[in-house]
Design a protein. Structure first.
Length: 431
């Protein structure tokens, strides 16, 4: 028996008071048995949706089809608050689309409900006033640190191929191994992942790569031939150098901070530019994430060649502080993974510190004049004002002392009248 949060106990007691049975079940029980403290709790009951809504009027209905409600205690200004999803005991019909059951049938037995679970470690139920229900010896598998399917693994993976990558994710989170028969079934059925939902694959992969044992998870994905689901055809086209970089990443990624975009950047920069760009498209990331990952592939060399304060300030203006910070943190993570020298990182940080200590202007907002000043002086209007302000940042990057209204207006007037002067503003003339 595990120690349940008071909120979970209260939910179970409320259901039992009305004559229903209820259990904590699934990942929250598994995590509790491994010494972790879950925030999200899954409960199972023989109460149906209408009964649960009557008992918990404040709950949100998550699914009418599967009879699931959500009770959110994190809204109570309680740092220890939990979120509990309560679902009716059910068994499931066939999975025609390889994603979800065609039909569900509500049942009265927790044992019947546990039969539909994916892995034995997730098929354990607990009630504070009774014994732990563990018909598939999930606790024994937890002790042995094994991931094993409930029933025939080929049947389980055929129903829902996403379970294969989920097995890797649980192993990466808990530092478990995958049972031999289960692993062999994954290898044999890896191609079925092409029918899985891309969003769900991405979510599982993101959890793998930020897991405490991400390197182990990545090796499992590659060893079980699941990598094509992550990077597409690129998986079959890697040369020896890229495979070595991937192997080194697996060895050392756990030494880096588990920041999602940073670890994704480490992963995709294992591949050469063209293959990496192709791989990024497979999991349908949001545009912001795609930009960061493409920056990782295309701009790291530019970052490494920022040798002067002027170069660094120009980079910050062109790409913005957020993109610079991402690349800078990625370069530090790469140093850890590949045991690289830190001279360039230290030099870049010293340059930025000196710029900030001297209060040197970097961005348009740091200029001593605004667009209105240029307009009022009759120098320019419309889009040309923005172009002139950007040109002026080039001037103050080289000559911070020129950042005063009189001097900048003089430059703006010259650039607006003399296109050659504008084009050659960055040139250092030799006498």
């Amino acid at each position: 028996m595990i120690k349940l949060p008071k909120e979970v106990n209260n939910i179970i007691k409320a259901l039992e008071k009305k004559g229903f049975s209820a259990y904590a079940v699934g990942g929250c029980v598994r995590d509790s048995l491994t010494g972790q403290q879950p925030i999200d709790w899954d409960l199972a009951t023989n109460a149906e949706s209408k009964d649960m809504k009557a008992i918990f009027p404040e709950a949100k209905v998550i699914s009418e089809k599967y009879s699931v409600i959500r009770i959110d205690h994190t809204k109570d200004d309680n740092d220890d608050g939990i979120i509990a999803d309560v679902a009716t005991f059910r068994k499931e019909g066939p999975y025609s689309d390889k994603r979800r059951p065609d039909s569900v049938e509500f049942v009265q037995s927790i044992e019947e409900d546990l039969k539909r679970r994916d892995f034995t470690v997730n098929a354990i139920a607990d009630n504070p006033s009774g014994k732990i229900v563990d018909p598939f010896e999930g606790r024994k598998d937890i002790e042995n640190r094994l991931i094993r399917t409930v029933g025939d693994p080929i049947e389980r993976f055929s129903e829902d191929p996403l379970r294969m990558i989920r097995a890797v994710r649980v192993a990466a989170e808990l530092d478990f191994d995958i049972h031999k028969k289960t692993y062999e079934a994954i290898v044999a059925n890896a191609g079925l992942l092409s029918k899985a939902n891309i969003k769900k694959i991405r979510e599982e992969f993101e959890r793998i790569i930020t897991a405490p044992n991400a390197g182990k998870g990545l090796r499992m994905l590659a060893g079980a031939d699941l990598m094509p689901a992550i990077i597409g055809d690129v998986a079959a086209k890697l040369n020896r150098r890229q495979m070595q970089q991937f192997s080194t990443l697996c060895d050392n990624i756990d030494k880096t901070k588990p920041v999602l975009k940073r670890r994704l950047g480490l992963f995709y920069t294992c591949f050469e530019e063209k293959k990496g760009m192709q791989a990024i498209e497979i999991l349908d990331y949001d545009e912001k994430t795609k930009e960061s990952l493409k920056d990782a592939l295309l701009m790291m060399e530019k970052l490494h060649f920022l040798r002067t304060g002027v170069d660094l300030k120009a980079f910050l203006v062109k790409y913005g502080p957020e993109r610079y910070e991402y690349l800078d943190n990625l370069s530090k993570a790469q140093r850890i993974v590949y045991d690289l020298g830190d001279a360039k990182i230290i030099s870049r940080h010293e340059l930025l510190k000196m710029i900030k200590d001297n209060n040197e202007p970097i961005y348009i907002e740091d200029l001593a004049i605004k667009g209105d000043d240029i307009i009022k002086a009759g120098i320019a209007e419309g889009e040309q004002v923005g172009h002139l302000l950007l040109m002026l940042t080039d001037i103050v990057h080289k000559k911070p002392k020129d950042n005063n209204k009189k001097t900048l207006l003089k430059y703006a007037r010259r650039f607006s009248k003399n296109k050659l002067a504008a084009r050659t503003r960055k040139v250092k003339w030799l006498r």
